[in-house]
Design a protein around this ligand. Structure first.
Ligand code: IPD
Ligand code: CA
Ligand code: CA
Length: 290
């Protein structure tokens, strides 16, 4: 009896999602961001209930944050019952298939509560920890930023790209300060204040990332962030040609509690400051506990 060698043709795993799926995900995120943003637009400047998280007078949550998260999560759960969910105001459902919607119903709640227009709904979808869809809608600015993996980034449906600024000296940066320990970022702030054209502190991490994507800001960094602050924005900025790592230069971890996001060209220069900064190891450790 002749034995033929048994050969296996390698099985290429089917991709978990295709272009049409991405389109469906993006449409869903966009529809819900517009819906929640509409609620925020109508509520802004009117009376609403405000609570303070963990009793801190600078860490606000309004009834509008909760209402918007409830609506977004309810709709997403209906549309994608197998997907996981994580929302800032407490929504959590484990992912069955590696997909996780990560939602900040109002990023920039302090601004919202003061009728300052720099706030947004942020809806991101991650697949196995990588952001693949992002929608950020700033209703009072009339701006909606959208992106899906491999499809480019858009502001109000027009393509956007990062800036071409090559050096820190000619850069405009932005950053933020976590409610729990505002001072943690001050040494970095001081350094960049003296070595750039300026620093902005807008008060909404999601919009900060979009501004880098749109070329309005050249670089952004922050410590103490949560996944809902950055998931959508990371997708949008990547699609606009930006570079994103941890502040220590490692691959970004959405749960890593710090971010460095730039136009790519000034990334090295910013990293080389962080690498030398004596406080950085301590700051990175402390940020994990906030
Ligand atoms: C905050 C904003 C702010 C950043 C804080 C975040 P929230 O989110 O993004 O810019 O500096 O670290 O917590 O609480 O307004 O959703
Ligand atoms: Ca936030
Ligand atoms: Ca929020």
């Amino acid at each position: 009896m002749v034995h033929f060698p048994v050969t296996f043709s390698p099985i290429t795993p089917l991709p978990a999602f295709n272009k049409n799926d991405l389109k469906r995900f993006l449409t869903a995120a966009r529809t819900l961001a517009l819906k929640a943003g509409g609620i925020q637009k109508r509520a802004c400047g009117k009376k609403f209930k405000i609570d303070f998280k963990a009793g801190r007078s600078n860490d606000l949550v309004t009834e509008i944050d909760k209402k918007c998260e409830t609506i977004i999560v309810k709709e997403l759960s209906k549309m994608f019952p197998d997907h996981g969910i994580l929302g800032e105001e407490g929504s959590q459902r484990n992912a069955g298939q590696g997909f996780q919607w990560i939602i900040d119903p109002i990023d920039g709640t302090t601004n919202f509560a003061h009728s300052h227009p720099y706030f947004a709904v942020s809806i991101g979808l991650a697949y196995l920890g990588t952001p693949i869809v992002g929608v950020i809608y700033a209703p009072l600015l009339n701006e909606i930023y959208t992106a899906a993996q491999g499809q480019g980034a858009f502001l109000n449906n027009k393509p956007i790209k990062v800036s071409t600024t090559k050096t820190l000296q000619f850069s405009l940066l932005s950053t933020g300060f976590t409610y729990k320990r505002r001072g943690i970022n001050l040494p970095n702030f001081e350094h960049f204040l003296y070595n750039t054209q300026g620093i902005r502190r807008g008060g909404a991490a999601s919009i900060d990332l979009c501004y880098v994507a749109a070329g309005r800001i050249d670089g952004y960094w922050e410590l103490g962030l949560k996944p809902w602050d950055i998931t959508a924005g990371v997708c949008i900025l990547k699609e606009a040609g930006g570079r994103i790592t941890s502040m220590a230069g490692q691959k970004l971890d959405l749960y890593g509690r710090n971010i460095l996001a730039t136009n790519g060209k000034i990334h090295k220069e910013m990293l080389s400051f962080f690498k030398e900064a004596p406080e950085l190891p301590h700051e990175l450790e402390e940020a994990k506990t906030l």
